[in-house]
Design a protein around this ligand. Structure first.
Ligand code: ATR
Length: 281
């Protein structure tokens, strides 16, 4: 069918060669028997405006954006959703029937779905987030939307935590910045600890934060997924705490993009995880 072969999408970033998104969307395209395409598109920051504006004439349904383009896209799209506005970053651009570009952010959705699909449900009032970069913005937004009323935010550079806490605190959810050394003092009140820093990634130092003050029924999750079990998650597991790795966030954040580009809401399955993991080795 001619209409099906016109389903074109991709991911823009710089560099883009290591992106797992083509593998992930390719798996779902085959699983759904769709004749669409999803390609890696190398785009430098100063080329982003032209590249996005060219999407309609090139027949694209939309694109995902990754590092370092997510923030700059906010000034380029015609409109964006509330989540993208709060996070200050766009990872999904769709092309409307009128050719207008609409920005969305699905990272908060991916984070929340990864946690919820592991069986997690918030049962205390507080959670603690480590890190104050782009990933932390998506995590804090997701946790506020999950109903947390109190979040603690710790970052190696305290000024970044203080300014992010000010920006994202709302009437419904207060975010308290804490010095890095004081993180463990709030652990007894938390049902969730999130590593939203890049520490623990292959080649980087692990976070050696003491987990002993977390309640026995707390969950620890990491946004880092290379390695799949970071040092933090290993120590949490050894302490008997529930752990949720970061790969699921990557898989779940892609679901709304696939639905926007190609139609179906795809499933995150063990087969998909195994297939994407193969791409990491
Ligand atoms: P991203 O957008 O992926 O979150 P980022 O904006 O570079 O990336 O933020 C990286 C985060 O990891 C920051 O919170 C950083 O702390 P600083 O703000 O102090 O730089 C944190 N980070 C990186 N390496 C770290 C380490 N070894 N220990 C603690 N925090 C670390």
């Amino acid at each position: 069918m001619a209409a099906q072969s016109s389903l074109k999408a991709g991911v823009m970033g710089w560099p883009i060669t290591h992106s797992l998104s083509p593998r992930l969307h390719g798996f779902w395209l085959r699983a759904h028997g769709l004749d669409g395409s999803y390609t890696a598109l190398p785009v430098k920051p100063d080329e982003l405006r032209d590249a996005l504006r060219a999407l309609p004439q090139n027949g694209f349904r939309g694109v995902n954006l990754t590092v370092p383009l997510k923030e700059a896209a906010c000034a380029i799209v015609d409109d964006m959703d509330d989540t993208a506005r709060r996070i200050g970053a766009i990872n999904l651009v769709t092309v409307g029937t009128d050719g207008k570009l609409f920005g969305r952010n699905t990272d908060a959705f991916g984070f929340a779905q990864n946690l919820l699909s592991s069986g997690f449900s918030p049962h205390r009032r507080a959670a603690c987030v480590l890190g104050a970069g782009g990933a932390a913005r998506a995590v804090l937004t997701a946790l506020a939307d999950m109903g947390y009323r109190e979040l603690f935010l710790c970052n190696r550079t305290p000024e970044r935590a203080a300014s992010l806490a000010r920006e994202l605190t709302t009437q419904h959810c207060s975010i308290t910045p804490l010095p890095w050394a004081d993180a463990t003092s709030v652990f007894p009140r938390c049902d969730l600890l999130v590593n939203a820093t890049s520490a623990g990634m292959k080649g980087a130092n692990d976070l050696d934060i003491d987990l002993s003050a977390l309640p026995a029924d707390a969950t620890v999750t990491d946004i880092v997924y290379t390695p799949l079990e970071t040092g933090l998650l290993r120590r949490a597991r050894q302490r008997g705490l529930k752990t949720v790795d970061g790969l699921g966030m990557l898989l779940h954040q892609a679901r709304p993009s696939f639905a926007a580009f190609f139609g179906p809401d795809p499933a995150v399955t063990a087969e998909l995880r195994a297939f994407v993991l193969e791409g990491l080795s």
